[in-house]
Design a protein. Structure first.
Length: 59
């Protein structure tokens, strides 16, 4: 989680994305949604995919 503590870390966006996927896989929906929202709003390369997953979760 050291990467997640430093937004300037080169791997922060990757770590945030994969953390959200881990939350989904372990059925931690609330944590996944919160993390996916942050990814979507970040404008990272994962933003579009995060938005797609959020739409599926909300159905």
């Amino acid at each position: 989680t050291k990467v997640m503590d430093d937004r300037d870390n080169l791997f922060f966006e990757d770590a945030q994305w994969y953390l959200s996927l881990c939350y989904l896989k372990t059925s931690e929906k609330d944590k996944a949604v919160n993390t996916l929202k942050a990814v979507k709003e970040s404008g990272s390369v994962y933003s579009r995919n995060a938005g797609k997953i959020l739409k599926k979760i909300r159905l």
